[in-house]
Design a protein around this ligand. Structure first.
Ligand SMILES: Cc1ncc(COP(=O)(O)O)c(C=O)c1O
Length: 370
């Protein structure tokens, strides 16, 4: 069993290489048919009426915040247990980030969201958050859906309502050399996003300095090479999502038998599990460290994701002495320190074959009570 070798992203097949060669030869490297094709496919996949493609999810989130009216000083609620990219755009804009704790089961925002002007929720590890996707207590919601492509809620792919940012970076289910998209049910937001990703110039205008209408605009356009790859790979999403679900179901059973803690999803959700996160009961840090050591010695890699929660990070206004609220964020802090993710980003559990999954499960189950 060699679970340390790179297996993800999948190697381009001959058809994909031929397609990429054609795109390169076309010399139409941005603003072309493949950008439009990804937008059409993301609309079809999510059921959202509008999609705008970007060169990463980080830039998609940044632009979406601008398009939703976020300016310097806007108070934005965000879970502290997430990747920096969730908050990068908000930090650039100068928003006032208000970090929130996560639920102890799904690790997504609970309904007690801090009182802010905007809510930036995260579908962590593919688990859809259970807040309303458009508004929470009258406040607009932006969802960081970087990890939840392929996930469904109430039998439908996430993203039909509200505004969602997606990632096509190489560790994601649709993996390309970076890339992202925003889907939205708001035509005004979609229109502003098209301008924002193109230096702040309205569609159809030439890119002259005089045409810039947004100071917050940027060059956030995706390349046609990436978009051709994304469009091609979206055709295989169902297969990859099914495999991620199948492997997670098997591993989750073993983690449950072993009496370990694991992330779970609400009853209406069917995540395409992006990560399998687990730990010792009660997120006991020392015991989780021991479990991790034993797994690694048995040749099963693990990784620590979100070990430094954002409210503890000086780049986001936090730090060891600046924990929000007198009690800190107890779930975030305990989960960050006392849980691990199975496999690596280059060889996630969904890339393991059935024998390897069975072997990992056997080893996990022998840990019960050990
Ligand atoms: C939760 C989360 N948010 C944001 C990002 C940033 O996405 P990208 O790498 O496409 O900019 C990622 C992944 O890298 C992520 O996992």
């Amino acid at each position: 069993m060699d679970l340390g070798q790179r297996r993800w992203p999948p190697e381009p097949d001959e058809g994909e290489l031929k397609l990429l060669t054609e795109v390169a030869r076309s010399r139409l490297w941005t603003d072309g048919p493949w950008t439009a094709e990804v937008e059409r496919r993301m609309e079809r996949l999510t059921g959202a009426p509008h999609a705008v493609a970007f060169n990463s999810c980080t830039s998609a989130l940044h632009a979406a915040l601008h398009a939703m009216g976020c300016v310097r000083g806007t108070r934005v609620a965000v879970p502290a247990l997430t990747f920096a990219g969730t908050a990068t755009g908000a930090a650039h804009i100068g928003a006032d980030l208000v970090f929130a704790d996560v639920r102890p089961d799904t690790l997504t925002l609970g309904t007690d969201v801090p009182d802010t002007e905007l809510v930036l929720a995260v579908d962590l590890h593919g688990v859809p958050h259970e807040l309303d996707r458009t508004r929470v207590a009258g406040r607009p919601v932006l969802t960081d859906a970087c990890q939840s492509i392929g996930s469904t809620l109430d039998g439908r792919h996430v993203g039909a309502t509200g505004t969602h940012a997606w990632s096509f970076s190489s560790a994601k289910l649709i993996a390309a050399p970076d890339g992202g998209a925003v889907t939205t049910d708001d035509a005004g937001i979609a229109g502003r996003l098209r301008e924002l990703r193109d230096y702040g110039v309205p569609a159809g205008e030439s890119r002259s300095n005089g045409a810039v209408v947004w100071a917050g605009g940027h060059n956030w356009r995706p390349t046609e090479l990436t978009m051709a790859m994304v469009a091609h790979r979206l055709e295989r999403l169902d297969r990859w999502a099914a495999r991620a679900r199948q492997v997670a179901a098997r591993v989750h059973r073993s983690l449950d038998r072993a009496g370990l803690w694991r992330q779970s999803a609400g009853g209406a959700a069917r995540p395409a599990w992006h990560k399998i996160r687990f730990g010792a009961p009660g997120w006991d840090r020392g015991r989780t460290d021991e479990i991790e050591r034993s797994l690694n010695e048995a040749g099963i890699p693990t990784h620590r994701w979100g070990l430094v929660p954002l409210h503890r990070h000086p780049a986001f206004g936090g730090g060891p002495d600046k924990v929000t609220g007198s009690g800190g964020l107890p779930v975030t802090e305990a989960v960050a320190a006392g849980t691990v993710c199975l496999g690596t980003e280059a060889a996630p559990p969904m890339t393991w074959n059935d024998d390897e999954v069975a072997q990992v499960c056997r080893i996990l189950e022998t840990m019960a009570g050990s």
